[in-house]
Design a protein around this ligand. Structure first.
Ligand code: DMJ
Length: 528
């Protein structure tokens, strides 16, 4: 008797609750309907209009919300794809070239240039920026225990400054680890004999063990880009060490080049003599090899020093006008803007891939208050550099492109057989990074993504590493060259990562300038 009673009680109670809420709901609906009927026709129309408006807003914002979500997911995927590419490159370097200058990924061995672990040092700050802690820790250990500059080796002043000194200084800034500053001081000091020349324009080569320097065997000339693109690093070394000798040496070069005869509307020749201090082999002007970073460092030194050194700015502005006046042309049929080369008054319609640093540099200048038409030019040149990739069968740019100026039919871009190689260079992705940071136009990310995919398709070596290739026009046989340049890790992958990263405070362009090897150095605080 007990259980049924309890059961009845429960079912009754529930039934009562349900019936109460049911009648309540019904009652509420009836009273709502009554209230609605009591409203005037105008009031009812207004409410209906408002509801319809909210409904349409919801429908319209749905795609943009989903698009935003899609973009975020895509950015995360792309950032991860760069990390994966770095790990793959590092795997090859670790397995076959650990502690050596360069990986030869096909033959699974290494190449030596200076014998100083160039790839490892060039890649230090990239690992830090990509958040690859384990890889960074093992590389740091190598620097601590194995890296010695007390070696009887000849190194190129420019290359070791931008890659080794620059790499160590930026890693010191990012990590605060004084191991890297000590190593930077050591190599900086050992490079100083290069400046002991009759003119104080440095020699190209230094023996860092013996403390002697010399020009290349066949000439007493140095390359203009080389002697004018070591300033950011040596100036920073002086600031950190409070020892002015480094800054004094490189600024003497800047002063002399500023005054020199033989420029054309601010454009510099490619060679300078270490005895006379004068330009030689005058009459040839390019923004490519042997002159490129002269222009880059004018702007970046001006920024590094807090926009006070007006001669640097004047030289930069004059040079960009010189580019417009002497070197700028448009192709046929598509009107691509490019920077040609001038040789004894004759315009040669060719452009090195190296010139693709220029859109990024122009955009950086415009971001810092230089004329808006610098940005216009940056936009046009960026398109051309993109086309240098997009029009090739592998999606990778050749080392040098020739452009069509004839109005008759033809392709805008032609590549000579000897220029079809790709060395995994960074300049285009470098500029894409600047352009994206300043415009937020997602097409720059998409172009960078296409490039990364082409690197993965045509230059990735299964056992680890990436290789430069000999023919960007042949997707069936791109002709691997068996060499991974240190700048692929130091620059190319770093700029791709920063291009895809949504964190624009990660190496803010208002706080850092990148040296020409993509090593970020701080813009000096105004008290420096
Ligand atoms: C790098 O060593 C530097 O970017 C330099 O300014 C030019 N050449 C290579 C990359 O292409």
């Amino acid at each position: 008797m007990y259980s049924p009673q309890r059961k009845d009680f429960v079912s009754l109670t529930l039934g009562d609750q349900y019936s109460r809420s049911y009648t309540n709901g019904k009652h509420r609906r009836q009273s709502c309907w009554r209230k609605w009927k009591q409203l005037s026709r105008l009031q009812r129309s207004l409410i209906l209009f408002l509801l319809a408006f909210l409904f349409i807003c919801g429908i319209l914002s749905y795609p943009s919300l989903t698009e935003q979500w899609r973009v975020t997911v895509k950015a995360v995927d792309r950032v991860e794809a760069v990390r994966e590419a770095f790990r793959h490159a590092w795997k090859g370097y670790k397995a076959f070239a650990w502690g050596h200058d360069e990986l030869k990924p096909i033959s699974k061995t290494h190449g030596e240039w200076f014998g100083l672990g160039l790839t490892l040092i060039d890649a230090l700050d990239t690992m830090w920026i990509l958040g690859l802690k384990d890889e960074f820790a093992e590389a740091r250990k190598w620097v601590e225990t194995e890296l010695s500059f007390s070696k009887n080796v000849d190194v190129n002043l420019f290359e070791s400054t931008i890659r080794i000194l620059g790499g160590l200084l930026s890693t010191y800034h990012l990590t605060g680890d004084t191991l890297f500053l000590d190593k930077a001081k050591d190599i900086g000091f050992r490079l100083m004999p290069a400046f002991k020349t009759p003119s104080k324009i440095p020699y190209s080569d230094v023996n860092i063990g013996k403390g002697t320097a010399h020009p290349p065997r066949w000439t007493t000339d140095s390359t203009v880009a080389e002697v004018t693109s070591i300033q950011l690093e040596f100036r920073e070394l002086s600031r950190l060490t409070q020892d002015p000798q480094y800054q004094n040496a490189v600024e003497e070069v800047t002063r002399q080049v500023h005054r020199l005869e033989g420029k054309r509307d601010g454009l510099v020749p490619m060679f300078i003599n270490t005895n006379s201090g004068k330009f030689t082999r005058r009459g040839a002007f390019t923004l490519g090899a042997r002159a490129d970073s002269y222009y880059e460092y004018l702007l970046k030194q001006w920024l590094q020093g807090g926009k006070k050194e007006t001669e640097l700015l004047e030289d930069y502005l004059q040079a960009i006008e010189g580019v417009r006046k002497n070197l700028l042309r448009q192709t046929s049929p598509s009107k691509l803007t490019f920077v040609g080369e001038l040789s004894n008054g004759h315009l040669n319609p060719k452009m090195d891939h190296l010139v693709c640093f220029l859109p990024g540099t122009l955009a950086l200048g415009a971001h810092n208050g230089l004329p808006a038409d610098h940005m216009d030019l940056a936009l046009q040149l960026m398109e051309t550099c993109h086309q240098m990739y997009a029009q090739m069968e592998t999606g990778l740019s050749p080392e040098i492109a020739h452009f069509n100026l004839q109005s008759s039919n033809g392709r805008d871009i032609d590549v000579k057989p000897a220029d079809r190689h790709n060395l995994l260079r960074p300049e285009t992705v470098e500029s894409l990074f600047y352009m994206y940071r300043f415009t937020k136009d997602s097409k720059y990310r998409d172009w960078g993504w296409d490039i990364l995919q082409s690197f993965n398709k045509y230059t990735r070596v299964p056992s680890g590493g990436y290789t430069s290739i000999g023919n960007v026009r042949d997707p069936v046989n791109p002709a691997p060259r068996d060499k991974m340049e240190s700048f692929f890790l130091g620059e190319t992958l770093k700029y791709l990562f920063l291009l895809f990263s949504d964190d624009s405070e990660l190496i803010s362009l208002d706080k850092y300038i990148f040296n020409t090897e993509a090593h970020p150095l701080p813009i000096w605080p105004s008290t420096s």
